[in-house]
Ligand binder design. Structure first.
Ligand code: PEP
Ligand code: MN
Length: 363
């Protein structure tokens, strides 16, 4: 079901308005020198980028670097005065919001550890009521689309309509090359539910290292995301938090040059026609696919009736093993992605069992 978030289109508040929207800066604000040096490097790449820095840092254990607090807000003001960059920081409670508003911070973000908590999100939304500030909502730590959506809706109900969602990946105990596993399908689902909501990707927190950032950044742009949040530090190795995942401004500049920007809309009559012709092939294949599915389901139903009349179990393990092994072999010979075909057959088998159960129960 679509939601009715009242989103103000990005191009009405974003300076320059063109994509991608880049939010970049250190994980944490550490010193005036670190902030200014990083911000100058970023402004030199593109002054339309938004400068980010964590002022209050949510840390798993007490005693780790928890941010510089109010002093860091003064450095944010300095960055804005000196470079003209818009500034962004993370807020986790009403006091953070009030301090940021007092200091003229342009963009606030709700971190992954806060999005999971509706009480905290509501407190932030209430503190923001009546303001014009832009709010980014990171996905919750755990893969729960409803929590992410719920946080956006709480802000929407408080009258905040300059909203952006940030996909920063999800915690998992599975072995993975990523610090937080990207779940593109969830980001796409959010996009379908809230078509006007801009969606930004945070490759830094997805990757947890600098090596994979170009791959994730490009993938996000290819999925038509509106922009990227990328951690950048003048001296990453000396960073007090997330040292392994921060780029230098020079590396950020190189990355920006390497990223390929593809447009969503096809332009030009010849190209539009060519794409339409190619899509007709897909439409025709889908039509055949639906007919084949229908034929398969009718055959399954007949088998269900036979099993019912002859008091035979629905699941026939040996037959299913035979089917799956034969279909996988075929997939391999045909050059189809075997894993994909396996998942497809699992789905088909599931549906066939459901159908045969319906036949049995209709007895
Ligand atoms: C951050 O952006 O520095 C941060 C703490 O992000 P997240 O909430 O995505 O972990
Ligand atoms: Mn960080």
């Amino acid at each position: 079901m679509k939601t009715n978030l009242k989103i103000t289109p990005v191009n009405s508040w974003l300076r320059g308005a063109e994509r991608p929207l880049i939010i970049s800066g250190p994980c944490s604000a550490e010193s005036e020198e670190q902030m200014l040096s990083t911000a100058r490097g970023i402004a030199a790449i593109d002054e339309k980028m938004i400068f980010r820095a964590g002022v209050w840092k949510p840390r798993t254990r007490p005693g780790a670097f928890e941010g510089m607090g109010l002093r860091a807000l003064e450095w944010m003001q300095l960055v804005k005065r000196e470079t003209g960059l818009l500034t962004a920081t993370e807020v986790a409670n009403a006091t953070h919001v009030e301090e940021c508003l007092r200091c003229g911070i342009d963009v606030l973000w709700i971190g992954a550890r806060t999005t999971v908590n509706p009480f905290s999100v509501q407190e932030i939304a209430d503190a923001l009521r009546g303001t014009e500030v832009l709010v980014l909502v990171k996905n919750p730590v755990n893969p729960d689309l409803q929590l992410w959506l719920g946080a956006l809706e709480r802000l929407d109900r408080a009258g905040i309509n300059k909203l952006v969602a940030v996909h920063r990946g999800f915690h998992s105990n599975e072995p993975s090359p990523f610090r937080n596993i990207p779940r593109w399908e969830m980001a796409i689902e959010l996009r379908m539910l809230c078509p006007d909501l801009p969606l930004v990707c945070d490759p830094s927190h997805i990757c947890g290292n600098t090596e994979l950032i170009p791959y994730i950044a490009q993938k996000a742009l290819d999925l038509d995301m509106h922009g990227l949040m990328i951690e950048t530090h003048c001296m990453p190795a000396a960073a007090k938090s997330d040292a392994r995942q921060q780029l230098t401004p020079k590396q950020l500049s190189e990355l920006m040059q390497r990223l390929v920007l593809r447009k969503e809309k096809v332009r030009g009559e010849a190209q539009v026609n060519e794409l339409e012709r190619l899509r007709k092939d897909v439409d025709a294949a889908d039509e055949e696919l639906m007919q084949v599915l229908l034929r398969r389901m009718c055959a399954v139903e007949k088998i269900g009736e036979f099993k019912r009349d002859n008091k035979v179990t629905i699941l026939q393990k040996d037959r299913w093993e035979e089917v799956i092994s034969e279909r996988m072999n075929n997939a391999l010979l045909m050059g189809l992605e075997v894993e994909f075909v396996k998942r497809l057959y699992d789905l088909l088998h599931h549906e066939s069992i459901r159908k045969q159960e319906a036949v049995m129960n209709a007895e």
